[in-house]
Design a protein around this ligand. Structure first.
Ligand code: SF4
Length: 355
């Protein structure tokens, strides 16, 4: 693709990427990757400067879900050996949230498995929100509780919840292949309910589910249409025991291209590198931050991420700062020095070489 900078210029001047532009970005070669990143990073810098938003996940209720989302380790029929537990108590949720905030997060994403909350679940959730907001008034709270019924979004808003996450996950044209117990329209309806109640809509996707380039682009344009303020881009983590086990469709470079495409389509929206960041981007995590502006700190819902300290180091090493922090987030007990490790293996020793 030859005119990436011209496309970035046009978008900076108020234009928009077309679906054809977006597909062309996904189809660029590895040799063009730095050009893609350079052009997309101009949009990222325009809207988010050198900041990275840090979000922290608290899994309030894990597993035991009656829905059958094929990609999900918590789904009905999943044999993935994940933690399974019912609702955390309020003090436990507060403790988990506090850990994320101490690590530099400005948003806590409070998630429960399940089709959607009962009114009693909303009671319990709003109690938690009251406690957390009482202790940490500045924190943003995003709720992710599944499909909402009429009136529930308003109750969350009244309790001080800031945002609601409900991912569309994939293109409408692909949705029925990845889940059969609810529809794409069900998901869109909940995003609309959240937005209608004044909650900031957070909705994203999962790449690597057998979708085509055109379907990835379809999903991004749907998110643009839904006016999602934040867009988590997940890369499939193929848990053993789920229908997607052993499904590996993504390369690190493709993940960067997907994030860049998202930036071109939704230049001023929070593009969050979500689940699968370490597994799929691997050594390109830093490059990905040049186009995305948000990550999760530490662990995911049912899988472990890299050490939270490594996340903060990733941000700092690539010249970014944590959004909301005056200076780079401190890394406990570390002074940025890394003493050379004296070689004690390979030549001159009886120990196997590092090769
Ligand atoms: S994605 Fe949510 S609704 Fe679907 S199976 Fe997992 S926990 Fe249940």
């Amino acid at each position: 693709m030859s005119d990436l900078n011209a496309l970035a210029d046009a978008i900076l001047a108020g234009g928009e990427a077309t679906p054809a532009d977006a597909v062309a970005i996904l189809k660029t070669s590895d040799a063009e990757l730095l050009d893609v990143v350079a052009a997309a990073s101009r949009l990222r810098r325009q809207h988010f400067s050198n900041t990275v938003k840090v979000n922290y996940l608290v899994n309030l209720k894990s597993g035991l879900c009656p829905e059958n989302c094929n990609y999900c380790s918590q789904a009905l029929g999943s044999d993935a050996q994940i933690l399974k537990y019912t609702w955390l108590k309020t003090d436990e949720a507060l403790e988990q949230a506090a850990a994320g905030l101490k690590g530099g997060a400005s948003r806590v994403c409070m998630v429960s498995s399940g089709r959607g909350p009962t009114d009693k679940d909303i009671d319990r959730f709003t109690d938690m929100v009251g406690e957390i907001k009482g202790e940490y008034p500045e924190v943003e709270i995003c709720a992710c509780l599944g499909l909402l019924k009429d009136g529930q979004a308003e109750r969350l808003k009244d309790a001080g919840v800031d945002a609601y996450n409900h991912n569309i996950n994939t293109a409408e044209s692909h949705h029925d292949k990845i889940v059969q117990t609810h529809t794409y329209d069900d998901r869109v309806d909940t995003v609309g309910k959240a937005k209608g109640a004044g909650l900031s809509p957070c909705s994203g996707l999962i790449a690597g589910l057998g979708e085509t380039d055109e379907q990835l682009v379809e999903a991004l344009f749907a998110l643009k249409e839904l006016d999602a303020d934040s867009i988590p881009v997940n890369f499939l983590m193929p848990f053993d025991g789920t229908p997607y086990e052993n499904t590996w469709e993504l390369s690190p470079a493709r993940c960067v291209r997907i994030l860049a495409m998202a930036r071109f389509v939704c230049p001023d929206k929070e593009i969050r590198i979500a689940g699968g960041r370490e597994m799929h981007l691997r050594s390109l995590q830093g490059l990905a931050l040049q186009v995305a502006n948000s990550i999760f700190l530490g662990d995911y819902l049912t899988s472990e991420g890299q050490a939270a300290e490594a996340d903060l180091e990733l941000i700092r090493d690539n010249g970014f700062v944590v959004l909301g922090a005056e200076v780079d987030a401190p890394v406990d007990g570390e002074d940025n020095s890394h003493d050379p490790a004296i070689r004690r293996r390979g030549a001159g020793t009886a120990v196997a070489p590092n090769a």
